[in-house]
Design a protein around this ligand. Structure first.
Ligand SMILES: C[S@@+](CC[C@H](N)C(=O)[O-])C[C@H]1O[C@@H](n2cnc3c(N)ncnc32)[C@H](O)[C@@H]1O
Length: 363
């Protein structure tokens, strides 16, 4: 006989899935509406809070999502299976770090049912990093070798001339770089060459600004791929390595932001903070040029997988609006092949607009 006090919960996966999909759809709609009204996806207060919590090495971190709800992450690494590094003397590092989800990932990828089903632009991810461990002498010698490619490229003179000619250049007191890559991946010459030449560009811009206004320019770089040897070499070049999210928190109105194809939505994080004086980053394309289609590609196992049309640092509507307030000049990197980049320099903002808290009004 059935116990009348026993409540039996019937689980119907189809109904459950449908309910979850309906809820996700409502949340996405709320996100789209709030975004259209100007609510930041990556508020500074949330980045500061994540930074504060992570630097205390806690057992649990909580992060506020887009709707003000806190999600809890237990920092437990026990599920990661230990493995050997692919680099000689290398090591495998397992770290918790912030993961950033662009507007496109939250809205379009979620609609295509492969993204997070709720609006959480900032989450916490567990990353397994294979860290190379070549000696300083070897990495420094490779750096010198690839530096020649930068000097011979002609990109240096174009970049410096464009920067020095920008009226805003005199206001720049800091450069913050994102995703320029590790200098220590010595087994991959193309990767190392890109990382070395991009860091040479960073140092060259700092030197040009110093010459222009006769005082030092602070220089920071954020990339989770940096090794201790990278940090050592960069320190000798006057570049301080900062942990995520401190690079984002360092950006202010007197900063030049430099990013080349980062695996993180730098543009969308920057647009939600104080707008920088200048940016050198992947050219912001008009919406009509944005790919919309998911493309099928063959995976390594022969199976077809569909790939999102959105890159890792996509141009949102808000980013396109922001660059309307900057002068844009293409930065051709020629044989260096860094992709399509442009320099954006802020037009003058009127005093009244600044005091009235309006972000961008051009005199
Ligand atoms: C596609 S690679 C580009 C490297 C180099 N800029 C180039 O053009 O070859 C993307 C880089 O973004 C870095 N990256 C990933 N997450 C990041 C984060 N949160 N902050 C800064 N850089 C990040 C990766 O470690 C990697 O070095």
């Amino acid at each position: 006989m059935t116990d009348p006090n026993l409540h039996v919960h019937h689980y119907n996966p189809a109904v459950d899935r449908a309910r979850a999909a309906a809820l996700a759809k409502q949340r996405i709609k709320r996100l789209v509406d709030a975004y259209a009204q100007g609510r930041p996806l990556f508020p500074r207060a949330v980045l500061e809070d994540v930074d504060r919590q992570l630097s205390a090495a806690p057992a649990v971190v909580t992060i506020e999502d887009f709707e003000g709800v806190r999600k809890e992450y237990k920092l437990d690494k026990s599920r990661v299976r230990p493995r050997k590094s692919q680099y000689p003397r290398g090591r495998v590092k397992v770290v918790w770090r912030p993961a950033y989800h662009s507007y496109e990932q939250l809205v379009h990828d979620a609609e295509a049912r492969c993204g997070p089903p709720y609006p959480a632009p900032i989450t916490l991810g567990l990353y397994v990093q294979d860290v190379p461990s070549y000696p300083l002498r070897q990495v420094a010698s490779e750096f010198e070798h690839h530096r020649g490619a930068w000097e011979a490229s002609g990109a240096s003179s174009t970049l410096i001339a464009a920067l020095a000619a920008a009226p805003v250049a005199r206001r720049i007191t800091k450069i913050v770089a994102f995703g320029l890559g590790s200098l220590s991946r010595l087994g991959c010459p193309d990767t190392t060459r890109a990382a070395v030449t991009q860091h040479c560009a960073l140092v060259a811009m700092a030197a040009a600004l110093r010459d222009l206004h006769g005082r030092g320019v602070a220089c920071y770089a954020q990339d989770p791929a940096y090794t201790d040897v990278d940090a050592d070499i960069l320190a000798r070049l006057g570049v301080g390595v900062v942990d995520d999210p401190r690079g984002f928190l360092a950006v202010d109105e007197r900063t030049l932001v430099f990013a080349v194809s980062p695996d993180v939505p730098v543009k969308q994080i920057v647009v939600d903070g104080p707008w920088p004086a200048a940016m050198v980053w992947n050219t912001v394309l008009p919406e009509a040029r944005q790919m919309r289609e998911w493309s099928p590609i063959e995976g390594p196992d022969g199976l077809l997988v569909t790939v999102s049309p959105f890159c890792t640092d996509p141009d949102s509507l808000r980013v396109r609006d922001m660059v309307q307030h900057y002068d844009e000049a293409p930065f051709h990197t020629g044989r260096l092949q860094w992709g399509r980049l442009s320099m954006y320099t802020r037009r003058r903002v009127s005093r009244s607009a600044r005091m009235g808290g309006i972000k961008a009004s051009v005199e």
